[in-house]
Design a protein around this ligand. Structure first.
Ligand SMILES: Cc1ncc(COP(=O)(O)O)c(C=O)c1O
Length: 385
């Protein structure tokens, strides 16, 4: 029997034809296709601005730059995330301050966050700049609480929504709540452009700044303001920006992936429901927490918990049965760089650490058939017993 990979992109003829058309058009980097993708994304989310970039990592970096993070500042995020969330804080020589997570949702624990903000803002007045909640696996963080905490301390909220398209919170689309939100279109994400990301914000100043900084700090504003003649060759460099723009080749994929976002979500949801039902009575498997019925969990990941002492063997045995599994995430506070730099111990964030030890991500992607899903279920049941 063939191996069932952990993740696979779902690229159809529409995407392929659009990419070919772009390649033949003579305009392959940022141009008309990227603009269309941005407009359609902004409309889909219901956000005033959408800015396409070449990765979510780039988007998070631009977001922190736009809100004015500087050397020595502090930005709060959860330890239970991918390294990109925290590395962008270090780009500024600012410090990521980790907060523990909720045991069930794996999202930032808002009670601990509230206490942490009180303490940090008191100890380092003016230095704490932002909170970066991570919508783990595609389930929204408790945004009402986070926005209230941020308001109390005058902090920006930059949402890491790499997993969270098309997730909702209180019936509001993720991408419309915090100051800035960043989505990922990496190959395994809920829609893909191979590599890519999108930033949404309703704040015109942030949008302008990120738009300038994503392409070398180029600005045409001065010329457009003072000259009646449009000179296409003219630009001014107003800051040492970055090279974070999306290509039209990537946007060609994105335009069609976005059209399928709802359909893709339905497919992921169906797999999640099949897993939920199948493992309901399995004593040794805990299925993911389900939030409010009205809210959408985008199920980028389906993370189960198994007994700690069985976790590593479980993954090996699943592989022997041809089923690819993974672990999301190894908490950042136990990664050598952060552990050494900030002298963290495993149990500084006990829930993050304990959840990590028993978590397994099962395959969940749109190309899986019912029989693939049943294969994973049968394999998991037999391995666990
Ligand atoms: C939580 C989280 N944030 C950020 C990223 C970075 O996304 P990208 O690969 O598009 O830069 C990822 C990627 O897996 C992620 O899981």
């Amino acid at each position: 029997m063939n191996n069932l990979p952990f993740a696979l992109p779902d690229i159809g003829d529409d995407e392929i034809n659009e990419v070919v058309e772009t390649l033949k058009s003579g305009w392959i980097t940022t141009g008309p296709k990227t603009k269309v993708f941005e407009e359609q994304f902004a409309e889909y989310i219901g956000s005033k601005n959408a800015l396409a970039v070449n990765s979510a990592t780039a988007g998070l970096h631009l977001a922190l730059e736009a809100v004015g993070v500087q050397r020595g500042d502090k930005v709060i995020t959860s330890s239970y995330t991918f390294t990109a969330t925290a590395e962008v804080i270090r780009y500024f020589d600012a410090d990521p301050v980790f907060c523990d997570i909720d045991k069930d949702t794996y999202n930032i624990d808002c009670e601990k966050l509230s206490k942490l903000c009180d303490k940090l803002c008191n100890e380092f007045p003016g230095k704490v700049k932002a909170i970066m909640p991570v919508h783990f696996a595609g389930q929204a963080c408790d945004m009402n609480k986070i926005m209230l905490i941020a308001k109390k301390h005058n902090l920006y909220v930059i949402e890491d929504a790499a997993h969270a398209l098309p997730a909702t919170y209180d019936k509001k689309k993720i991408g419309t709540i915090g100051d800035i939100t960043v989505f990922s279109f990496y190959a395994t994400k809920t829609i893909t452009t191979a590599e890519g990301g999108m930033i949404t914000t309703d704040n015109a100043d942030f949008a302008r700044r990120m738009s300038v900084m994503r392409l070398h700090g180029f600005s045409r504003d001065a010329w457009d303001r003072y000259s009646s003649v449009k000179a296409p060759w003219y630009y001014e460099v107003i800051a040492p920006g970055y090279k974070y723009n999306m290509t039209d080749i990537a946007a060609s994929l994105g335009i069609h992936q976005l059209k399928k976002c709802g359909l893709f979500y339905e497919k992921r949801l169906k797999i999640a429901q099949m897993y939920d039902q199948a493992f309901e009575n399995e004593e040794k498997i805990i299925v993911p927490y389900k939030g409010k019925k009205d809210d959408i969990h985008s199920y980028h990941l389906y993370v189960i918990k198994v007994p700690q002492e069985m976790r590593d063997e479980f993954i090996i045995k699943m592989k022997e049965k041809g089923v690819g599994c993974s672990v999301h995430f190894i908490p950042l506070h136990i990664q050598p760089y952060y552990k050494d730099k900030y002298a963290y111990k495993e149990h500084d964030f006990p829930i993050a650490y304990e959840n990590f030890l028993c978590s397994v991500s099962l395959p969940i992607y749109t190309k899986m058939t019912d029989s693939d899903t049943n294969r994973v279920i049968d394999a998991a049941k037999s391995v666990i017993s």
